[in-house]
Design a protein around this ligand. Structure first.
Ligand SMILES: Nc1nc2c(ncn2[C@@H]2O[C@H](COP(=O)(O)OP(=O)(O)OP(=O)(O)O)[C@@H](O)[C@H]2O)c(=O)[nH]1
Ligand SMILES: [Mg+2]
Length: 201
């Protein structure tokens, strides 16, 4: 995908603020610090479109970006902050759950996991939500550059077993540093844009 334009649209704290229209949309979700913002920047070939410094206050917002006037990226608030008060946790849950259930133009979610870590309950719970609400998803194992090839294969096996029980489903090793996986992830995204066009044609 050639990126001619990538613009921030809005930080939304409620459904009323979501961008209107029917552009195909992809959302990026995962633990805080897993590399969501970095991955979006890498996909778009931009260094600083999305801020990559974690600030707990941002956890309540969904940041929307318009790409080429053709599609929308939604950077969802990260989960798993060490010390989040229950009230904030509830708000996060309501925002994300509401988004996943009601966002009609959402084509798929990219669920990010750190390739070095064992999948957590929170990650598996997120996947359960996606399956429960019948939201298509692609797994991306981030920070691949931090492991050797052999370690990467080993971890990918673990991740595949934990999330997919060895089912055949997209799992992409990604590095926002080297852009490894960028082509493959774009292929998965554009396929899902096209799928929908054919279905509605
Ligand atoms: N080596 C390496 N570092 C990465 C990669 N992706 C992200 N990082 C680093 O990990 C840290 C967190 O990255 P972010 O992209 O801000 O993570 P995030 O998931 O958006 O975090 P929140 O917005 O807090 O939820 C930053 O220091 C990044 O530079 C990667 O692929 N390779
Ligand atoms: Mg971020």
């Amino acid at each position: 995908m050639k990126i001619t334009q990538a613009e921030f649209i809005i930080s939304a704290v409620s459904a009323k603020q979501y961008p209107a229209g029917h552009l195909p949309e992809f959302a990026f979700v995962g633990r805080s610090n897993v590399g969501k913002s970095s991955l979006i920047n890498s996909l778009l070939n931009r260094k600083k479109l999305v801020k990559t410094s974690a600030t707990p206050g941002k956890t309540q917002m969904i940041n929307f970006f318009n790409i080429n006037g053709d599609l929308i990226f939604a950077d969802l608030p990260g989960y798993g902050f060490a010390k989040v008060p229950p009230a904030v946790q509830k708000k996060w849950q309501a925002l994300v759950e509401n988004y996943l259930i009601h966002r009609e133009n959402l084509r798929a979610v990219v669920l990010l996991i750190d390739i070095r870590r064992k999948p957590t309950e929170l990650d598996l719970h997120m996947q359960e939500w996606l399956e429960q609400y019948e939201v298509d998803y692609i797994l991306a194992a981030t920070k691949a550059d931090k492991l050797s090839q052999a370690e990467q294969s080993q971890q990918l096996k673990l991740i595949r077993a934990a999330f997919l029980q060895d089912r055949d489903h997209e799992l992409i090793a990604y590095s926002s540093k080297t852009h490894r996986g960028r082509k493959e992830l774009w292929k998965q995204l554009t396929r899902r844009m096209k799928d929908q066009q054919t279905e509605t044609a």
